[in-house]
Design a protein around this ligand. Structure first.
Ligand SMILES: *Cc1c(COP(=O)(O)O)cnc(C)c1O
Length: 413
């Protein structure tokens, strides 16, 4: 592979001014097995998860069992989205109106959104240049806020030192909820992301590691929390139809106290997802092969910074981030983005004060109290991001990296 890369890079002439012409948002088709299975569900007419005959297991119940086996958690509940998974999980973990919840400042809008939906208050934590929680800032804000909960968002697949995080939170009696929307399949020190906290959330939205359009999972080993989640998701008195099910006694009292929030997954989406679980490990390898091309090619440029990763971290490279030079102005950033776009390379800029597409900065979450985060202007302002859909070949990734490195060099500041 390395040799191929070297010969490829030697053919610089042919690459000069080359443009890229594939979409950055084109997913792979849904596997044939998923399509067959989805058609069977459609033919049956029984799309609702509780519409089963006698002992029959619904597609959703089977999906939950299969995902919990893959993840290595005791229980799993499938939901309508990753965002609703977070809302249910926070509530099941005990978050109530007015409670403070520590979370990342560098994340996507559904995270503060989920906290806000519970009328709880997000306390944002600063980010390091490696795009993870600043643990010193966490300790300061933990003390000043007296928060009893943390929703850690493993944003863009970057895992903070999980051993340190768990230790800090444990010492302070803080309950950890993990947002694994970007780390399904990642590990820290051989423990799978999602198995560190009391309860964890995943997304199966199109741009994540499994694709059902919309959808999400909650996993936990805690019977009480899972019983609450199942009831919150809208199980009526049909919870015994679940396969990933805590003992009946956990439901007895709660079933009259926990509201039904109607956030259930349906059998159609479950049928699309089940065959994808079998492919996820192979897909992770494909993402990492592509990600490696970006880090090895752009890692040669001295002017940009690529977030560093610990050898304890096994990540899923489904997107790639780099920081542009500290002294680039906003105009330099815009010029760089425009130049890349002209050559077909769509880069998202997390530092843009104007929220564009899926990116937004904490300053634009006007529904939460304004917070002072000194690292944001120094770090997040410089963060550039590209998604790596698996429709990109290895060659595509080389072309994109080449275009980026040529355009970085053209910026005069
Ligand atoms: C996508 C995403 C979510 C929520 O997922 P949805 O399924 O879109 O609701 C949560 N956190 C992060 C970091 C995400 O990127």
């Amino acid at each position: 592979m390395l040799l191929a890369l070297r010969t490829f890079l030697k053919k610089k002439i042919s690459m000069k001014n080359m443009t890229f012409n594939k979409s950055f948002t084109q997913q792979e088709p849904i596997p044939a097995e998923s399509i067959r299975s989805a058609v069977n569900v459609l033919r049956s007419g029984r799309l609702h998860r509780y519409n089963t005959l006698d002992e029959e297991q619904s597609e959703t119940a089977l999906l939950e069992k299969e995902f919990s086996e893959w993840q290595g958690s005791k229980f799993c509940l499938a939901t309508t989205s990753g965002g609703t998974a977070m809302q249910i999980a926070l509530r099941a973990a005990g978050v109530k109106a007015g409670d403070k919840v520590l979370t990342n400042s560098f994340t996507l809008a559904p995270v503060p959104g989920a906290i806000h939906t519970l009328n709880a208050e997000p306390i944002l934590i600063d980010s390091t240049k490696d795009l993870v929680l600043d643990l010193e800032d966490l300790q300061l804000r933990m003390k000043s806020s007296k928060a009893k909960f943390m929703l850690v968002s493993h944003m863009r697949g970057h895992l903070v030192n999980m051993r340190s995080l768990v230790k800090i939170l444990k010492e302070n009696g803080i309950i950890l909820i993990e947002d694994c929307a970007h780390t399904m399949g990642a590990y820290w020190n051989n423990v799978r992301s999602g198995n560190f906290g009391s309860i964890s959330c995943f997304s199966t939205q199109t741009y994540k590691h499994l694709n059902s359009g919309e959808g999400g999972f909650i996993t936990t080993n805690d019977s009480g929390m899972m019983a609450t989640c199942i009831l919150l998701s809208g199980s009526y008195m049909l919870y015994e139809k679940h396969n990933s099910l805590p003992k009946k006694s956990f439901f007895e009292k709660k079933k009259f106290e926990v509201p039904n929030c109607s956030m259930r997954m349906d059998n159609l989406r479950a049928s699309i997802l089940r065959p994808q679980i079998k492919k996820i490990d192979a897909n992770i390898q494909k993402w990492n092969d592509r990600h490696h091309i970006f880090t090895s090619t752009l890692g040669k440029l001295e002017s940009i910074y690529i977030p560093q990763r610990s050898k304890e971290e096994k990540y899923v490279g489904s997107s790639f981030q780099f920081l542009v030079p500290r002294n680039w102005s906003e105009i330099n950033c815009v010029e760089f983005l425009t130049r890349c776009k002209k050559r077909g390379v769509e880069i998202k800029w997390f530092g843009n004060l104007k929220p564009v597409g899926y990116t937004s900065r904490h300053e634009s979450w006007k529904y939460i109290k304004a917070q002072n985060l000194p690292n944001i202007p120094k770090i997040v302002t410089r963060v550039m991001d590209i998604r790596i859909p698996l429709t990109f070949t290895l060659r595509d990734c080389r072309v994109i990296s080449k275009i980026i490195s040529e355009e970085v060099k053209k910026i005069k500041f």
